[in-house]
Design a protein around this ligand. Structure first.
Ligand code: MEV
Length: 305
């Protein structure tokens, strides 16, 4: 047992395919640099402390709290072990479509693994974190936890091996927050209800998103950013037709396009949270971020070496 061990789980943005990915379609996500850091150390009892939320959970005392229950379940997967204190620092807005809950789970597992001297590949860490995600989102596809653990640009499909995508050109993403928080569980349920009510249009929609994912992967591999931007715009229109947009998200997407974004869309569950806009380079990204006038950040994606 090491004295302390640090773990990390990254946030993510989905470029194409959120929601459809819950129904078996592939999706493309990009890991982002900001995320969640956890430090594990030996302690007289199991304890989870989360900053900047100033919240402390003791699994045996706070059993009704979903975070305490998820934490207890996570620790119980390790069998015999000393009691542990986990100090978590969250640098992602919760309920914003950036994979905050998955990043917490991945960083906790990473830190506990380190403290107990367990080594496992990042892909396995992401898979194990799915159980943590289920506490918060009911039936998640697994894209958030896998992207959080692995980072990079990847194509994810349930029950298939995840694939890294080496982009032929560098580009930048502008991520802007609508200021509204939303619940992934509720948005996933909203989509599932619409798909159940309209099965034939649902099938057509899922087929179209699948085609968009294929186009997006080709565009990334060939450095065709214009084509990628058109995929983002079309995917946004589909998400809007599923009642996942809001007036604020529409304003942000419109402003991003007006400022030169090659495409812009909701990212993640929608119903609030963030948009992602595609910029040709970092300079354009700064111009777009300035025009949005919202809480935003820029993520640069480098071409494969
Ligand atoms: C949330 O980041 C992405 C969704 O597709 C849900 C999931 O895949 O679990 C909305």
């Amino acid at each position: 047992m090491l004295s302390t061990a640090k773990g990390f789980g990254g946030g993510k943005v989905i470029l194409v395919g959120e929601h459809a990915v819950v129904h078996g379609v592939p999706a493309i996500a990009a890991g982002i640099r900001r995320g969640v850091t956890s430090v594990a150390r030996r302690h007289e009892e199991d304890l989870l402390h989360i900053e900047p939320w100033g919240r402390t959970f003791r699994p045996h005392v706070d059993g009704e709290e979903p975070l305490a229950r998820a934490f207890e379940r996570l620790l119980s997967s390790y069998g015999d072990r000393p009691s542990l204190r986990l100090d978590v620092r969250v640098d992602l807005a919760p309920g914003a479509g950036l994979g905050c809950s998955a990043a917490i789970g991945v960083s906790l597992l990473d830190a506990v693994d380190g403290a107990l001297g367990i080594r496992r590949p990042r892909a396995a860490l992401g898979t194990v974190a799915l159980e943590w995600e289920r506490f918060f989102h009911g039936s998640p596809s697994g894209i958030d936890n896998v992207t959080s653990a692995m980072g990079g640009l990847l194509c994810f499909q349930q029950a298939s091996p995840v694939r890294q995508i080496p982009p032929a050109r560098s580009f930048a993403l502008v991520v802007a927050h609508s200021g509204q928080r939303s619940s992934t569980r509720d948005m996933v349920a909203r989509v599932a209800q619409q798909l159940a009510e309209r099965p034939s249009s649902a099938r057509r929609m899922l087929e179209e998103v699948h085609a968009l994912v294929i186009t997006a992967e080709d565009a990334l591999l060939n450095g065709e950013l214009g084509a990628l931007g058109r995929v983002l715009d079309r995917n946004h229109a589909i998400l809007r037709s599923l009642r996942l947009s809001t007036p604020q998200l529409e304003v942000l997407c419109g402003a991003a396009r007006g400022a030169g974004a090659l495409g812009a869309k909701i990212t993640g569950a929608g119903g609030g949270g963030c948009i992602v806009a595609l910029a040709e380079n970092a300079e354009n990204a700064v111009r777009i971020a300035d025009a949005l006038g919202a809480e935003s950040f820029i993520e640069e994606v480098s071409r494969a070496a």
